[in-house]
Design a protein around this ligand. Structure first.
Ligand SMILES: NC(=O)c1ccc[n+]([C@@H]2O[C@H](COP(=O)([O-])OP(=O)(O)OC[C@H]3O[C@@H](n4cnc5c(N)ncnc54)[C@H](OP(=O)(O)O)[C@@H]3O)[C@@H](O)[C@H]2O)c1
Length: 383
């Protein structure tokens, strides 16, 4: 039985992961979970999964959980995530919190030689070079991606040697506003931006999908995870979200991974890799219902998220951390109704323009750059 800690168990990936565990017929045991504000759901999860360790983001949640479950070790806020990841008695750390808050816990998991089932793409974007260095220093640790595109690439990579890869093709649904013009995007509402055509996800990643910043973050994530040059990464819009991404090899063979748009598949794969286990949580893919698979080029002029990420990625150093932090705050301000949709691009562009990139020497520098960027965005755009 594999022992799992889920950071972000109250979110979209976290609840899907618990469903995988529920249907796994005792193949997995949840030893730790964390939530931030939603302590009521966290309490329900504690009752069902009986973890040894819990972390929560609010003082109220902390008091309630400690009172109700005196036998459990309860931790609080960012330090709590680190505490959970620092435990020794687990096998897999699923990082499913939203945003750069996941970096330090991921670092702790790697230092302890654990498998990181990585959903939290912001960690790889903001701290990729540092995480890769840590992986080299801790050869027992490994990352198995959970993001559906990176899981697909990871699985497709098994079809050849790394030196035989010609390019990676990341597919994109195109998001909520595919086909819209800049003029049409000017006054879109939060509610409109939150309606994703194929996936049911947390709010931050849903907005990121509608700006295509999510795809940009995935480009940087792919570069860091698979060591492929930016010039060998292509993004293709595939509105049906059935092909989750592909790898083209030198002989022009293209290997892809297909499946229904359901995160339970990549989550389970990250738990069972290198094996594949029977999945009771997943429906089979019905090709008769899919019938057509179509592809188109992304509209980079209107949706600047991908190009901004290529630019930040190619500059490297601390620039991707700036892109990530600026985007996180911009999305937060958009969700609060304080800025317009297109201002998200403006914020990222300006934050990158003013930043002088520095070589990443450790987590403290990333935290400093992250904090300074956030402060700059708040002071200039929060009204
Ligand atoms: N959803 C998807 O299908 C999907 C697909 C690919 C990759 N991902 C990635 O997976 C990660 C999670 O996405 P999601 O859609 O599951 O997000 P979500 O539904 O918003 O869930 C986020 C989780 O993180 C917790 N959290 C939020 N802020 C926190 C903080 N400051 N400190 C500690 N915990 C905090 C939330 O707790 P509360 O809810 O209790 O406040 C919740 O458990 C993101 O990095 C995303 O890019 C998601």
């Amino acid at each position: 039985m594999k022992k799992i800690i889920i950071l972000g168990s109250t979110g979209s990936i976290g609840t899907n992961a618990l469903e995988v565990v529920r249907k796994s017929q005792d193949k997995f045991q949840v030893v730790g979970i964390s939530g931030h504000r939603n302590y009521k759901l966290l309490i329900e999860q504690i009752e069902e999964f009986k973890p040894k360790y819990v972390s929560v983001g609010t003082d109220e949640g902390y008091e309630k959980i400690r009172e109700k479950f005196p036998e459990i070790e309860v931790y609080l806020k960012d330090e709590g995530l680190k505490e959970l990841a620092s435990k020794d008695d687990y096998d897999i750390l699923l990082t499913a919190v939203s945003g750069a808050i996941g970096i330090e816990a991921t670092v702790e998991g790697i230092k302890r030689g654990k498998r990181i089932a990585l959903a939290n793409k912001e960690t790889m974007v903001a701290a990729g070079p540092y995480i890769n260095r840590l992986l080299k220093e801790n050869p027992k640790a490994e990352i198995v991606p959970v993001d559906s595109e990176h899981s697909a690439i990871f699985q497709s990579m098994l079809g050849g040697a790394k030196k035989e890869v010609r390019k990676i093709i990341i597919t994109a649904s195109g998001g909520t506003f595919r086909g819209k013009t800049e003029e049409e995007l000017r006054d879109v509402s939060v509610e409109q931006a939150l309606k994703h055509p194929n996936w049911s996800m947390g709010k931050k990643i849903t907005i990121d999908s509608s700006t295509l910043v999510n795809k940009g973050l995935e480009v940087i994530e792919a570069h860091e995870l698979f060591g492929v040059d930016y010039d060998d990464i292509e993004v293709l819009v595939h509105p049906q979200s059935i092909i989750h991404s592909m790898v083209e090899f030198k002989d022009r063979a293209v290997i892809a991974q297909l499946g229904a748009p359901d995160m339970k598949l990549p989550i389970q794969y990250a738990f069972t890799y290198p094996c594949r286990e029977e999945s009771l949580a997943m429906e089979p893919l019905d090709f008769m219902k899919v019938s057509t698979l179509t592809f188109e080029k992304p509209d980079h002029k209107t949706f600047k998220g991908i190009q901004l990420a290529f630019k930040a990625g190619k500059i490297g150093k601390t620039m991707p951390a700036v892109l990530n932090a600026a985007n996180e705050v911009a999305v937060e301000l958009f969700l609060k109704g304080k800025i317009k949709f297109l201002t998200i691009y403006e914020i990222i562009e300006k934050a990158m323009e003013r930043h002088i990139p520095l070589e990443i020497d450790g987590v403290e520098l990333i935290k400093t750059v992250d904090r300074e960027t956030r402060e700059w965005v708040y002071s200039n755009y929060e009204r």
